[in-house]
Structures are given as structure tokens and as C-alpha cells.
Design a protein around this ligand. Structure first.
Ligand code: B12
Ligand code: SF4
Length: 468
């Protein structure tokens, strides 16, 4: 039996020069995890991440599985329709499918809602018995532990295509509920994997550098300390995601340094404290950002700092104010996004009710397009301000000021490469056709009829149709 697993394209992180394709980010663990869960020895597995490879449209598969995040949903559905047109059954899963299974079902023979650690083996057994069901779900473990996840099949992943090919995951989900974030919707519980299993995964990686895919690795501080203590003897260098609160605990920071932490991605989101309260991220304290940066730099940790534009409190002054602060804070690798209401989130429901969602074309949901009516400016002003902030931030003098301002730092290579990648991205932002307009005005689900879709989505979010 031949199984083809696909992760559709995510444009912004992809660099293509002629036939050479490279992802400027870390390798996802989705397909390699599903492959690890596919135990039958007689199954030939082919994994295709379209960010680094081309999808073999004529592949003689018996079953196709496609992973769907919102920004890639239209591409995922087009691929699903193609393979179904060839008579090959298609299974869809992932964040977007879990939130809008009824929509996904129109393009699939089966949908998998939520995590697949238990449902995927069940689905494979059903499929082989000619008994594929339309919907699969998996209960989240009550005790907060995710045990027995097999080793991801990294051997099946294209190794050369990624900036960081060796990824690991210790936890799933997050204990916070920021209004724009899909994670609490997809993972309603914070799950930890036993430290011994994570260490086994890390030991299986021959390289020295690893990246954690966890969205909030240090949410459970006691767990994080246990994990980092166990990692010290492995002598790895690692990066991951955390919140600004990480600097509160010197013992944790010390363990992070000793276990090899060299890079953290932090969601600062805004320089305005009123915004932080509104988006349910009041645990970020704008006044403390200097302390956060100085502390992490003191521990030799580079910071990718993420900010978002388009909040209700944002007016036209927000762009210059943010760029100025980013430079003053010497954030090593800044990153900007647009406030995007992912389906199922608190924000999506609020803006639906307020009639402020401008586009339901999921392709626009890449945080690089304006899909909402901002409160204090036009969509065009928001888009132009966002692009301006990117260009200004990655001007050579600003990048050099941030990266070399404190002398040559231990992670100079990470900082230089990161800034170089974003300088390339800024060029694309200004020159690629897909970034020319704030949102895809030609999509039938965009203005002026967008509000007509609101009711349909609210019904869909309650999963009424899928279980009917
Ligand atoms: C690596 C990563 C990427 C990679 C790969 C993207 C991808 N398709 O996953 C890259 C760098 C390309 C990327 C880009 C972006 N990402 Co990203 N990314 C991640 C990250 C950190 C890890 C993914 C991962 O490996 N998870 C581990 C695996 C094991 O979990 P999983 O993917 O959920 O899969 C499980 C289940 O969902 C299910 N499943 C998933 N797919 C399938 C398919 C089938 C057939 C089946 C049966 C089951 C199944 O089974 C798996 C095992 O339980 C996640 C956060 C996270 N930790 O999940 C965000 C995440 C997926 N990204 C997110 C976002 C928002 C983005 C960006 C918009 C960010 C940005 N501004 O750049 C872009 C998207 C660009 C675009 N065009 O859409 C959101 C998605 C929200 C949404 N509703 O779509 C997430 C959830 C983070 C968040 N904070 O909300 N990202
Ligand atoms: S944005 Fe970060 S801290 Fe907030 S809910 Fe999402 S993962 Fe958690």
C-alpha cells in the first residue's frame, strides 16, 4: 500500500531560486509524526512538504493525507480535489480542519478532528478493512500527559531543505488564551510528554542544533526545569518559543543556558499596555521589555521578537512607535504580523459579530494580509504602515544597530542570517504580486458580501453540521 502525506505550501517562508527550494524556517513535525504513527511494515510512505518540495500530482497513492492550517486551506482543498478526481481517497487533518470540519469534509473522504495520536492508527485499520469513516476524533488525555508518541520519521523528511531540520516537541498547547491564537482552540489542554521520551527523541538526532516546536515550552516551569536539567549532558544548542515571563526565574534561565539555549521567539505583540490587556495578554508588561531583552542577552540568548499591527487601540502612530522601540530594545530579529482572526478564536467570533471581517479567503490568513476592518485606520493604511515598518526595521543601519550595538555577541551568526532572511522577505513584500493588495478583493467571499457568511461560520464552529 502506498500512502502519500502532504503539507501544502506556505509561501512567505519559502525561498525559490530556479529549481532550488528552501524553507527559511524550522521543519514541521506534523508529517513525520503521522509517519511514525503508521506502523504497518507493508506501507510505503512518501512525505511531501510543499515548502521544500513539489507535490507529485501523478503519484500512484492508495490513500492521501493532507495537513491543513488556515492560510494553506485553499491549496490543501485544491490538492484534495485533484487526488479525489483521480479516484484516490483523501483524509484531511490539522488545525483548520479541526475548527471547520464541515468545510473540509466537502473536499475529503474523511476528516480527523484534533490530535491524531490515537485516531490515525484507528483510521488506517478502518481504511485497510474497507471501512473508512467520515469523521475521526480523539479525546485529550485527562491527566495532562501525552505518552507513547513514537519517534518522528525524520529519515523520510527532506533534510537539506530547512533552515532548522531537527525539530522536537515536548509539550502541546498553552495555558493562556490570547484572543487571536488558534492554539487554545486546537489544544484545549496543556499536554506534556514524559521527559524520558523527549530525551529519547533528542538523542536520536545526530546534529548538535535542535529547535523546539512547542508554542510555550516553559508554561509549566517545574516540567521545563526537569527537561532542561536532563538535556544538560546532551550538549545541544537549541531554540524555542517562550513568553516574556521567562525572565522572572533565574534558576530556569540558568538551566536554559546550561542546556544550550541560544535563541527564543517571544510574542511581545504590542508596545501599548492597553492593547495587551484587550487581547488577553496582560501578562506581557510593556514597561518591562527592556529588562526582558537585557536579561536574555545577558544569558547569551538571541531574541526573535514578534509584534502585531491592527489592534483596536492602534492608530497611525503605532508603526513608527513600534519600530523605534524595536531598535531601542535591540531585538535581534524582529517580526511583524497583521492582527488575523483565525476561525474559532475569541477574536474571530468578536469580529464576526461586529461585521468587521473583510475576507474569508483563507489564503489571506497568513498574517501578511489585512482581513479585518481596523478600528482607527483604513485597511490600506494598515497594510502600508505594516510594510513600511518592515522596510524601516530591516534597513541596514537599523539591523546593524540592533545586531552589533552591544559588540559581537555569541550568536552573531543566528542574528545575521535571521536579518538577512527578513531583508529578502521585505523585497518580496514590495515586489511580489500576492502582497500588492491588503486582501484578495476578487474572492467571492470578500466584501461587500462578507457579512452574509458570518451566520454560516458561527453554525459551522458549533460543529452542528459535521455531527448531523
Ligand atoms: C512548524 C510550524 C510552521 C511551519 C509549517 C506549517 C505547518 N503547516 O504546520 C511554517 C514555518 C511554514 C509555518 C508557517 C506559519 N504558521 Co505555523 N506553526 C508551526 C508550529 C510551530 C509547529 C507545527 C508542528 O510541527 N506541530 C507538531 C505536530 C505534531 O502537530 P500538528 O501539526 O498540530 O499535527 C497534529 C494534529 O493537528 C493532527 N494533524 C495535523 N495534520 C494532519 C493531517 C492528517 C491527514 C491527519 C490525519 C492528522 C493531522 O495530527 C498531528 C498529531 O496529533 C505550529 C504550532 C504547533 N506547535 O503546532 C504553528 C502553527 C501551525 N502556525 C500557525 C501560523 C499562524 C503560522 C503562520 C501564519 C505564521 C506566520 N506569520 O508566518 C504561517 C502560515 C503561513 C501560511 N501561508 O499559512 C498557527 C496556525 C493557525 C491556523 N489556524 O492556521 C499555529 C498552530 C501556531 C499558532 N500560534 O497558532 N508554521
Ligand atoms: S499567543 Fe502564545 S501565549 Fe498566547 S495563547 Fe497563543 S501560544 Fe499561548
Amino acid at each position: 500500500m502506498k500512502l502519500l502525506l502532504i503539507m501544502p505550501d506556505a509561501h512567505m517562508h519559502k525561498l525559490r531560486v530556479g529549481p532550488w527550494i528552501r524553507s527559511m524556517r524550522e521543519a514541521p513535525l506534523t508529517l513525520t509524526t503521522l509517519a511514525g504513527l503508521t506502523m504497518d511494515a507493508d506501507i510505503t510512505l512518501k512525505l511531501v512538504d510543499e515548502s521544500v518540495d513539489r507535490v507529485p500530482l501523478d503519484y500512484p497513492a492508495d490513500l492521501v493525507g493532507i495537513s491543513v492550517i488556515t492560510g494553506c486551506a485553499p491549496r490543501a482543498y485544491a490538492l484534495a480535489d485533484h487526488f479525489r478526481g483521480r479516484g484516490i481517497p483523501v483524509v484531511l487533518g490539522g488545525v483548520h480542519v479541526s475548527v471547520l470540519p464541515g468545510e473540509a469534509k466537502q473536499h475529503a473522504d474523511a476528516v480527523v478532528i484534533g490530535m491524531a495520536e490515537r485516531s490515525w492508527p484507528r483510521l488506517m485499520t478502518d481504511f485497510r478493512a474497507g471501512n473508512l469513516q467520515p469523521v475521526y476524533t480523539d479525546a485529550y488525555p485527562d491527566d495532562g500527559w501525552l505518552t507513547g508518541v513514537p519517534l518522528p520519521r525524520r529519515d523520510l523528511q527532506r533534510h537539506s531543505g530547512y533552515m532548522a531540520p531537527n525539530t522536537v516537541q515536548a509539550t502541546r498547547g498553552c495555558t493562556r488564551v490570547c484572543d487571536f491564537c488558534s492554539v487554545p482552540v486546537m489544544w484545549p489542554k496543556y499536554l506534556r510528554r514524559p521527559v524520558s521520551e523527549v530525551i529519547r527523541d533528542i538523542q536520536a538526532i545526530p546534529g548538535r542544533v535542535i529547535v523546539f516546536n512547542d508554542v510555550s515550552l516553559v508554561d509549566d516551569v517545574a516540567y521545563a526545569k526537569e527537561l532542561f536539567t536532563a538535556m544538560v549532558p546532551l550538549r545541544k544548542r537549541w531554540g524555542g518559543l517562550a513568553t516574556t515571563e521567562v525572565v522572572k526565574d533565574p534558576e530556569l534561565l540558568d538551566l536554559m543556558r546550561r542546556s544550550g539555549c541560544v535563541y527564543l521567539l517571544l510574542g511581545f505583540e504590542s508596545v501599548n499596555q492597553s492593547t495587551l490587556f484587550q487581547i488577553r495578554k496582560g501578562f506581557n508588561k510593556s514597561d518591562n521589555y527592556t529588562e526582558v531583552m537585557e536579561t536574555l542577552h545577558g544569558y547569551g540568548i538571541s531574541v526573535q521578537g514578534c509584534f502585531v499591527f491592527g489592534f483596536d487601540h492602534d492608530d497611525l502612530s503605532v508603526f513608527a512607535a513600534t519600530v523605534e522601540r524595536v531598535n531601542a530594545l535591540r531585538i535581534d530579529i524582529p517580526r511583524y504580523s497583521l492582527y488575523t482572526p483565525y476561525p474559532g478564536t475569541v477574536l474571530f467570533k468578536r469580529l464576526l459579530e461586529e461585521g468587521r471581517i473583510l475576507s474569508f479567503n483563507w489564503e489571506d490568513y497568513d498574517t501578511m494580509h489585512v482581513v479585518i476592518q481596523p478600528a482607527q485606520m483604513t485597511p490600506r493604511e494598515l497594510y502600508d504602515g505594516f510594510k513600511w515598518a518592515y522596510r524601516e526595521t530591516f534597513k541596514l543601519r537599523n539591523a546593524l544597530h540592533r545586531v552589533t550595538g552591544l559588540g559581537l555577541r555569541p550568536n552573531a551568526a543566528i542574528n545575521y542570517i535571521g536579518n538577512l532572511c527578513y531583508r529578502i522577505f521585505v523585497k518580496r513584500l514590495y515586489h511580489e504580486a500576492r502582497y500588492a493588495t491588503p486582501y484578495s478583493i476578487h474572492d467571492p467571499r470578500s466584501l461587500p458580501d462578507a457579512s452574509l457568511w458570518a451566520d454560516a461560520f458561527l453554525r459551522e464552529l458549533s460543529h452542528e453540521e459535521i455531527y448531523a
